[in-house]
Structures are given as structure tokens and as C-alpha cells.
Design a protein around this ligand. Structure first.
Ligand SMILES: NC(=O)c1ccc[n+]([C@@H]2O[C@H](COP(=O)([O-])OP(=O)(O)OC[C@H]3O[C@@H](n4cnc5c(N)ncnc54)[C@H](OP(=O)(O)O)[C@@H]3O)[C@@H](O)[C@H]2O)c1
Length: 328
């Protein structure tokens, strides 16, 4: 990760700088020629930047591999898929994900039909090579762990899973031992641990101190900021990638701002929706590698990936965002 914590495939900062210079120069040259310049003359360039720019990427600390800072989560809406009508919108999300530059899908064996639906659709769409598949291991005991792992590989229909994390601290010493053996064998690329419960944070922190992990996954949202006190700084210190679950607090944040317009200052960090407001807050934390909003509709995918484009809020703006949410 760069010292600012940000990196992009083609350097977001330099793209912005180049665009800024071109716009300033054109404006100056036109003014010099005595031509009145309306803001609308420059809109196409701005729109082009917003829609056509690559997604901001962050590096996984243990390898330097880059990931887009927004992925998708598959809890709930992928859990009880039985009919083609249930499946169709999810197919559309997965079809568009790599087309729009996205990559990371988070799932788990405990999410009902989710692993199976993801596996089937990824195979049908032939997009495995474009994705970073993350699942979890959530049982106690070595044999039960191996059985669950084998089932995940079958359901996800892939010989290699990018990341498997111990789910909600279920037997980390035993399961991490197995995961590392499978990593050694080339079946897994990264290992980690997850939680989404504040009561688990002390044990989570302890495990982060005692184990070498590629990734942690933790709950963090504009109205749930506990993780930034100890867990996120510790992840940065220990060189661990960070995935964020429950970035909207399961939709709680949308309810909190229901009926309210976005504040005008959110334009200073290129925010076009509340979803982008909430996600940009998360991914502007320099320790965060990517956020995983639950995404089961194509329109949400386009919206959420928009949070990985344009400017991100600085420290001052982040404090302003916190004040806003604390006041509603
Ligand atoms: N311990 C763990 O490891 C753990 C625990 C929890 C979650 N997770 C992971 O984290 C992911 C995220 O959590 P989550 O899905 O439960 O909650 P979430 O992402 O905080 O919120 C999902 C809710 O946000 C809504 N939404 C998504 N995009 C939107 C948009 N652009 N505009 C308006 N509403 C939008 C969804 O609407 P709809 O209801 O209309 O779809 C859904 O109700 C999970 O899917 C899972 O992969 C991991």
C-alpha cells in the first residue's frame, strides 16, 4: 500500500491531476480568447471521468495483489434461491460484476443456497478467472472442517478458492492449521478470520496477535465505528488485508436517512447516492482493503461500485460524515 493508503491500476491521482490540468488549461485558453465559459461545457469530461474511470484498487498486504475496493456480499438474498425467478436478478449481478471492473464475491457455507448459486452462475457465465472468490469455514473440529471445505469446493465448482476465513471465530487454531495446509497444497490462496459481533472483538484481536493471517473480515459502518479503535489499526500494523461486512448495518443506515437529501458537500468526494456516501466512508479508511455490501440487484451493483470511483473523503470530511450520522 502506498503511504496514502491508496493505489489504483492506472493511478487514480494522476488521472485526476491530468484531467484537472486539461480542464484548467482549456478554461484558461478560452477565457484568454474572450469566450464565456459555462460550467456545462465541461460536463462531458466530468461524466466521462465518473463512469469510465477504473475502480480504485488496494493492495493485499501479504502479496501486493490488487483488489477493487468494493466487492459484493451474498448473505440473505442468495440464501433461499429455489426458482429461476429468484436466480435471474443474481445472474445479472454476477454477469455485470466483472464487466464493471468488480472482482470480489464473499459467501459462506452457512448462507443456505448462496455458495451453490454463486458456483452455478459463475460456471454458467464462465467468469471464474475474473473473480476473487472468498468463502468461510464455520464448524468446530478438524474432520468436520475438512468435510465442510470439500463441500464448499464442490458447491463453488472451482479447484481453487481465493480466500477462506474462519467464520465468527469457530475453532481458529484447528481450522487455521487445515487452511494453511490447503494453502500450501495450492487449493486456497489466502487465509483469514471473520466476525460481525462486537462481543467477539477482544478474542478477534487476540487471534490477530497470535496468528499470521492474510485477511481479517470485520463489521464496520458509519454508525458502527468500533472496529476503527483497535482492530483496523492492528490489521495495518500486522500487514493484514481487511474486508468489511455489514457496511450498511443490514440496511439500518438507509432507514436512518430515509427521506433526507444528500448533503451538498458530499459532492466534494463525488457522491451520487447514500449508498456511495456510506461506502466511501468505509473505504476511505486506509487500513481497509475492500467493503462487501450485500448486493442482489444490478442497480445496486452499479450504485455500490460507484463508491470505488472518483475522490474519497479526507479526514476532515470523514469527521463531518460522522457528525451527520450521529445527529439523525
Ligand atoms: N461474520 C461474517 O463473516 C459476516 C457477517 C455478516 C455479513 N457478512 C458478509 O457481509 C455482507 C454484507 O452484509 P449484509 O448483506 O448482511 O448487510 P449490508 O451490506 O450492510 O446491507 C444489505 C442491505 O442493503 C441494501 N442495499 C444494498 N445496496 C444498496 C443500494 N445501493 N441502495 C439501497 N440499498 C442497498 C440491501 O437491500 P435489499 O434488501 O433490497 O437487497 C440490503 O437490505 C454479507 O452479504 C456477507 O457476505 C459476513
Amino acid at each position: 500500500m502506498s503511504s496514502s493508503g491508496y493505489s489504483t491500476g492506472t493511478s487514480r491521482a494522476s488521472i485526476q491531476n491530468v484531467e484537472g490540468v486539461i480542464m484548467q488549461r482549456s478554461r484558461r485558453e478560452l477565457l484568454k480568447a474572450g469566450i464565456a465559459v459555462g460550467a456545462s461545457m465541461f460536463l462531458p469530461a466530468v461524466r466521462l471521468h465518473a463512469q469510465g474511470s477504473p475502480l480504485i484498487q488496494r493492495k493485499i498486504p501479504s502479496t501486493g495483489e490488487s483488489l477493487p475496493i468494493i466487492g459484493i456480499g451474498t448473505a440473505r438474498r442468495y440464501e433461499a434461491v429455489t426458482t429461476e425467478a429468484d436466480r435471474a436478478p443474481l445472474r445479472e449481478v454476477l454477469r455485470q460484476l466483472p464487466e464493471l471492473g468488480g472482482k470480489v464475491i464473499d459467501t459462506a457455507p452457512s448462507y443456505g443456497t448462496a455458495e451453490m448459486v454463486v458456483g452455478d452462475l459463475v460456471a454458467e457465465l464462465r467468469i471464474r478467472e475474473s473473480l476473487f472468490l472468498a468463502t468461510k469455514l464455520g464448524v468446530h473440529g478438524r474432520d468436520a472442517g475438512i468435510e465442510q471445505l470439500e463441500r464448499s469446493f464442490k458447491r463453488l465448482r472451482t479447484p481453487m478458492i481465493d480466500l477462506i476465513a474462519v467464520h465468527n471465530l469457530q475453532d481458529p487454531p484447528t481450522q487455521l492449521r487445515t487452511l494453511r495446509q490447503w494453502k500450501q497444497a495450492g487449493r486456497i490462496r489466502y487465509v483469514g478470520i471473520t466476525t460481525s459481533f462486537e462481543r467477539q472483538h477482544p478474542e478477534f484481536e487476540q487471534t490477530m496477535r497470535s496468528e499470521a493471517l492474510d485477511f481479517i473480515q470485520v463489521d464496520y459502518a458509519l454508525d458502527n465505528r468500533k472496529a476503527d479503535q483497535r482492530i483496523l489499526p492492528l490489521a495495518a500494523d500486522r500487514g493484514m488485508g481487511v474486508m468489511i461486512n455489514l457496511p450498511f448495518g443490514r440496511g439500518r443506515l438507509f432507514q436512518a436517512v430515509q427521506g433526507q437529501p444528500l448533503p451538498p458537500w458530499s459532492g466534494e468526494f463525488d457522491c451520487a447516492s447514500w449508498a456511495q456516501f456510506f461506502l466511501k466512508y468505509i473505504v476511505s479508511h486506509p487500513a481497509v482493503t475492500c467493503a462487501l455490501p450485500g448486493t442482489a440487484k444490478a442497480e445496486y451493483l452499479v450504485d455500490n461500485l460507484g463508491a470505488a470511483r472518483g475522490r474519497l473523503p479526507n479526514a476532515e470530511m470523514r469527521a463531518r460524515m460522522e457528525r451527520l450520522i450521529d445527529s439523525v
